[in-house]
Ligand binder design. Structure first.
Ligand code: GLN
Length: 482
């Protein structure tokens, strides 16, 4: 049996029945990494030796995750293990502490740290300072981003599941483009302690998995208030697996007209409309809704995210940790360090953000963007007065060719047109596979994602709908040929 193909709950069952040993699972995953990683390049660091060394300790924890190999996006601090954020700035950074989300994954075995766009800024992983990750369905294409390494590792079966982070779509968009399940929790649901900050009012950690059940399972484990993160919400965490398998009869599904736009890929639109039809056949009630401020979301996000990034990234000054490049005096050292340590996209964001926050411009840009953010949030509040869930495409198109958008940042920014509003509003959303677009010339078909958006702290409802959809379809069973 190819154990590496399985998800968390399937492996757990085999381990509990003693049909396989934890060492079999590790052997299977690491031999898979050995055979496909050269093509996919999902990881910055593979932690094979450590995984075997830690296995006994992991098993002693005796949890659901005991002995199960997971991959973690390389912007989450792992104690004693290099955490780079795919940046030269942190190329040799070894965190002295463990972040909360990963420390809650008691018993798991780290397969490795996955590649991302530098500091999570990007939609293709092409902004990694180290290498570009490939889409396992078509190696000439990108896996999405910024959690492209995590999504590709899950899709290529190089791990059993993974964690990513999502500031404007970075879990959901790569999950969609790689044909796996990605969930961005409600802002405040999961502690961000130990997540290297990009835009603090938007960042959330969440699971990237092979199926919806595993997503719920990981949500159970990583969610909950944490005194070490003042933005984590003191709300109770339900058992997210409890709503799986419940019927969705009468569930009202909003379909926002602003999310089916001119210029989007027709194959994506058709697959998503079919998915809504499928949900309807399962008893859900589709209702057209409007999110009228959607067209301002990308602009609003890029003012706010860049502003917050410019402030967060001020800490990389060559003094405290990370890269240091000497200079003739202190200012010179700062400049040399930041010039050498940051890549072009990160520099662009820092400049944009610094400009938007500077006196004389603050009112026109940052303040205005905050006001529009409120309008976007109200759009969702209004829509959720009549519906339980909102269904949209996750991304406007399937995985694009490597290099296709690198020369034009605006084109790249538009990859997140359907995911960004969710972060601005702080609501949860999941992407599940909902079809494949065939390509010309016999090349492999490419995955399409359905996004289901929920009310604040109602992850259980989107998981329930996603699970019902998944169980009624076969998309999640397809695997890329590698
Ligand atoms: N692609 C978006 C950006 O470049 C979102 C990234 C993310 O969610 N981390 O900012």
């Amino acid at each position: 049996m190819e154990l590496f193909r399985l998800g968390i709950h399937e492996i757990r069952e085999l381990l509990d029945k003693k049909e396989v040993s934890p060492k079999d699972v590790l052997d299977s995953v690491f031999s898979r990494i050995a055979s496909v990683e050269e093509k996919v390049k999902a990881f910055v660091t593979v932690t094979k030796d450590r995984a075997y060394d830690m296995l006994d300790d992991a098993l002693a924890e005796n949890t659901i995750l005991s002995g199960i190999p997971l991959a973690i996006k390389d912007n989450m601090c792992t104690k004693g293990i290099r955490t780079t954020c795919s940046s030269r700035m942190l190329e040799n950074f070894i965190p002295p502490y463990e972040g909360t989300a990963t420390s809650r994954l008691r018993g798991y075995v780290l397969a490795g740290k996955t590649n991302l766009d530098e500091f999570a800024m990007g939609s293709s992983t092409e902004n990694s300072a180290f290498h570009t990750t490939k889409n396992p369905w078509d190696l000439s294409r990108i896996p999405g981003g910024s959690s492209g390494g995590s999504a590709a590792a899950v899709a290529a079966d190089e791990c059993i599941a993974a964690l990513g982070s999502d500031t404007g779509g970075s879990i959901r968009q790569p999950a969609a483009l790689c044909g796996v399940v990605g969930l961005k929790p409600t802002y405040g649901r999961v502690s961000r302690y130990g997540l290297i900050a990009f835009a603090s009012s938007l960042d959330q950690i969440g699971p990237i998995t092979k199926n919806v059940r595993d997503s719920a399972l990981l949500m159970n484990i990583i969610s909950g208030h944490d005194p070490l993160d003042s933005t984590s919400a003191p709300v109770t965490v339900p058992d997210f697996t409890a709503s799986l398998g419940r019927h969705i009869k009468g569930l009202k599904i909003g379909v926002p007209k602003e999310y089916f736009i001119e210029g989007m890929d027709r194959k994506v639109e058709n697959a998503v409309r079919d998915a809504v039809g499928k949900l309807e056949s399962l008893g859900a009630i589709p209702i057209e809704v409007s999110l009228p401020h959607t067209e301002y979301a990308v602009a609003t996000y890029y003012v706010l995210a860049a502003s917050e990034a410019s402030s967060n990234l001020a800490r990389y000054d060559g003094v405290k940790y990370g890269l240091r490049v000497e200079g003739k005096d202190l200012i010179d050292m700062y400049m040399n360090t930041r010039a050498a340590g940051f890549g072009p996209e990160v520099k662009r964001r820092i400049m944009l953000g610094t400009y938007a926050l500077s006196s004389g411009y603050y009112e026109a840009y940052y303040r205005k963007a905050q006001q529009v953010r409120t309008l976007i949030k109200r759009d969702f509040e209004e829509a959720f007065k009549t519906v339980d869930v909102i269904a949209t495409p996750t991304a406007p198109e399937v995985a694009f060719q490597a290099g296709e958008k690198t020369e034009d940042p605006l084109k790249m920014y538009l990859s997140d047109i359907f995911t960004i509003s969710v972060n601005l509003a702080g609501v949860p959303a999941i992407s599940v596979p909902c079809g494949f677009a065939s390509q010309e010339g016999g090349a492999a078909s490419l995955p399409i994602g359905l996004q289901l958006i929920g009310k604040h702290f109602h992850e259980q409802t989107i998981l329930q709908a996603a699970y019902a959809y998944e169980q009624a379809t076969d998309w999640h069973k397809r695997r890329p040929e590698l």
